[in-house]
Design a protein around this ligand. Structure first.
Ligand SMILES: [Mg+2]
Length: 230
């Protein structure tokens, strides 16, 4: 399928697990937690899920929220069984996510370079914490390819509509590219935009979603295949 590229004005990219690997670093910290609390509960992953879900409304997405939920789960489930040293190591491991490499995934940089020749605005639209997301974009050295960057607390239809307004475009003039069906693809399609889904090999439990079929959705497995549809 070809996108209606004559009307297209902006290509909007998710960042974490679309431009660079993020989730596998978070999963390493989760495994660290699970190992510590496994003797004291039946399902360590469920215990973390409960904490993260309860914290979502107050803390939102990102590394700091994750770190609080990790330590909170360790304290709630492991309690006095865990030593100061074990908790300190878990905290250090969690905070190391603030410095994860943000190395561009295969094909990302070459594709962004080639897209410079197209008449579309290239935009980053990511949820998470302002400082952390800005730092990752900077560390990735991809910031030079984008004319507009937005970091938002959530990505629902409302935020996508607001983004279109700020870019001064109609939804059908936007193409959203991302790894999450729930927060990149579904809301973009629902407001009338085009979408390209590139699944990442791991998905955070809170981002799991049913598969989607849609006339304005293209599914690819490699980032560089974006160019085949433009
Ligand atoms: Mg993502």
């Amino acid at each position: 399928m070809k996108i209606d590229y004559q009307n297209l004005r902006a290509i909007v990219f998710d960042a974490d697990d679309t431009l660079w690997d993020c989730q596998s670093h978070f999963e390493a910290v989760e495994k660290h937690l699970y190992k510590l609390i496994a003797p004291y509960c039946d399902d360590p992953a469920h215990e973390l899920f409960v904490t993260e879900s309860a914290n979502m409304a107050d803390l939102g997405y990102g590394c700091k929220a994750f770190t609080i939920s990790i330590i909170e789960t360790a304290l709630r489930v492991g309690g006095s069984h865990l030593s100061d040293v074990e908790l300190a190591e878990l905290l250090t491991h969690s905070k190391s996510l603030l410095h994860l490499p943000a190395m561009p995934l295969p094909g990302v940089e070459e594709t962004l370079q080639r897209l410079q020749a197209y008449p579309y605005r290239l935009v980053v639209f990511t949820k998470g914490e302002l400082q952390d997301q800005e730092n990752k974009l900077h560390r990735s050295h991809l910031d030079k390819y984008f004319s507009h960057v937005e970091i938002t607390s959530n990505k629902t239809e409302y935020e996508f509509q607001q983004l279109c307004q700020r870019l001064d475009i109609q939804p059908h003039q936007m193409l959203m590219v991302g790894n999450s069906l729930k927060s990149d693809i579904a809301p973009a399609l629902n407001i009338g935009a085009w979408a390209i889904h590139i699944p990442f090999h791991v998905t955070w439990q809170l981002e799991h979603s049913e598969d989607i079929e849609h006339e304005r959705l293209i599914k690819i497995t490699q980032f560089k295949d974006i160019l085949k549809h433009l």
